[in-house]
Design a protein around this ligand. Structure first.
Ligand code: 3SK
Length: 465
């Protein structure tokens, strides 16, 4: 199944189809011509690292493919990131060049910066003869400390996630139209809006969160990828009858939302768990086999087990650490945290899970300090660092607290140095880091709870809610 030839350029493979590639827009031949034109205009050596900073658009998809055709490595950043966050990625990935959507250009400080909209649209390029295990993308994930970690994936990995999760769980057809709210800079969105539709000769309807509902209707989307928060919001809206497959990831899907969606649309949402480290979803069951509230069984090609701290397998029903392995496993870019994530060849995802007697996996909690809110991974430490720059903040601690709409929200506990409005602190954070990370709840207190050794007791704050 995953026996790829030793020489492989994933972009070339993805473009080998006929028919419509971009819903209501370019054919595969037109997309290939755009991608070729961009590849030619990049003037890069094989292995060059190219930053791609753009919302989900047809042009961004052409650029992503063009970078790979030219033998480059795509380093895509989330469109909402601010300059200081992008700077960290640029430094860590040692980016050589950037391709940037005009509207976001001000945030990108890279010497050689090409504006996406100014790149040529016609041309021909002989795809670079890359190896299947040449690096194709470096996908950044926010670490618990706020220091982004780069996950390296090869050309063959890009096809492997299509040929495992998408092929075995979703059964895509060339007549399908894929769309989703996550940016292609997030590997969940990369699969949804680029890899999966193009691997199976289907069409993609690139969109962004505010336009999602309109896109579903105007492009007659059949296959939707988004996070539980968006599914909950879409429950209130009229939906097109074209939809037949819905995928949720990014945070656990509550059984109530899954059941309400089934009642409204007749579709059981495929709830998956994946990670940037593993590239895409590694546990998920086809809709016909789903159990509401569980993310299903390991995707064919992957293995998963529940382990204790000594990596011993725990029996069904017991809660432990989720360990997974498969064809797309984690390789961090020059990062010592590799050894904490990968043990004995198994990837430890940072989630506590249990497995039932039928082999279905049930999420219990995160085992690290990441806050998962509306599908976004947010480092509390990064939000703390932004808040601490405010002159009226003496001390603060940021935790995730349960929330009906977003699963969890970011809550800041602040010891003020001077009187300050909550709204002023929220705006201050939004101006410094990606706005989705701002603390939706802020509470003031006289002192942070600490252990005798002076460590902030975040668990106490989490329990206070
Ligand atoms: O958060 C997830 O479950 C996920 C799914 C697919 C790809 C990447 C991620 C982080």
């Amino acid at each position: 199944l995953l026996d790829y030839p030793p020489r492989l350029n994933a972009a070339e493979e993805l473009l080998k189809h006929e028919g419509t590639a971009i819903a209501n827009g370019w054919s595969y031949a037109e997309l290939a011509e755009r991608a070729d034109a961009i590849a030619g205009a990049l003037h890069i050596e094989p292995g060059a690292r190219v930053l791609l900073h753009s919302p989900n658009t047809p042009e961004a998809i052409a650029a992503w493919l063009g970078i790979l055709l030219a033998g480059g490595i795509v380093v895509a950043t989330m469109p909402l990131l601010r300059a200081r966050e992008i700077d960290k990625v640029v430094a860590k990935a040692r980016v050589d060049k950037a391709v940037v959507a005009r509207e976001l250009a001000a945030e990108v400080n890279v010497k050689e910066r090409l504006i996406l909209e100014d790149l040529p649209t016609q041309g021909w390029f002989d795809a670079c003869d890359t190896a299947a295990d040449d690096v194709a993308i470096i996908a950044f994930t926010s670490g618990t400390t706020g220091e982004p970690k780069g996950c390296v994936h090869f050309h063959r990995d890009l096809l492997a996630c299509c040929d495992t999760f998408a092929a075995r769980v979703l059964d895509p057809q060339p007549s399908d139209v894929f769309s989703g709210s996550p940016p292609i800079a997030f590997t969940f969105g990369l699969g949804a809006s680029l890899l999966f539709p193009l691997r199976f000769g289907a069409a993609t309807a690139p969109t962004s969160p505010p336009q999602l509902l309109e896109t579903l209707h105007t492009q007659r989307v059949t296959t939707l990828f988004t996070a539980p928060t968006a599914y909950r919001a879409l429950l209130r809206e009229p939906l097109p009858d074209s939809l037949h497959t819905c995928v949720s990831a990014g945070e656990p899907l509550p059984a109530g939302v899954s059941d309400a969606w089934l009642e409204k649309t007749g579709i059981r949402i495929v709830d998956g768990i994946g990670s940037t480290e593993m590239l895409h979803i590694f546990i998920a069951s086809p809709a016909s086999e789903a159990k509401a509230g569980s993310c299903g069984r390991p995707v064919p090609g992957y293995e998963a087990r529940i382990v204790d701290d000594a990596m011993r397998t725990l029996p069904p029903g017991e809660v432990g650490r989720l360990a997974v392995r498969g064809p797309t496993g984690c390789r961090y870019l020059d990062d010592p945290r590799q050894t904490a994530y990968v043990r004995d060849g198994w990837n430890l995802t940072g989630d506590a899970f249990s497995m039932d007697a039928d082999g279905y996996f049930w999420f219990q909690a995160r085992t690290d300090d990441m806050i998962i809110s509306a599908g976004y991974n947010i480092s509390g430490f990064e939000v703390e660092a932004a808040l601490l720059e405010h002159p009226s903040v003496k001390e603060c601690a940021v935790v995730g607290v349960p929330d009906e709409q977003r699963g969890h929200v970011v809550k800041a506990w602040v010891v003020p140095a001077a009187p300050v409005e909550v709204g002023a602190l929220q705006d201050f954070v939004k101006a410094r880091i990606a706005p989705y990370k701002y603390p939706r709840r802020v509470e003031f207190l006289d002192a942070l709870p600490r252990t005798p050794t002076g460590k902030v007791q975040r668990n106490v704050l989490r329990e206070r809610g």
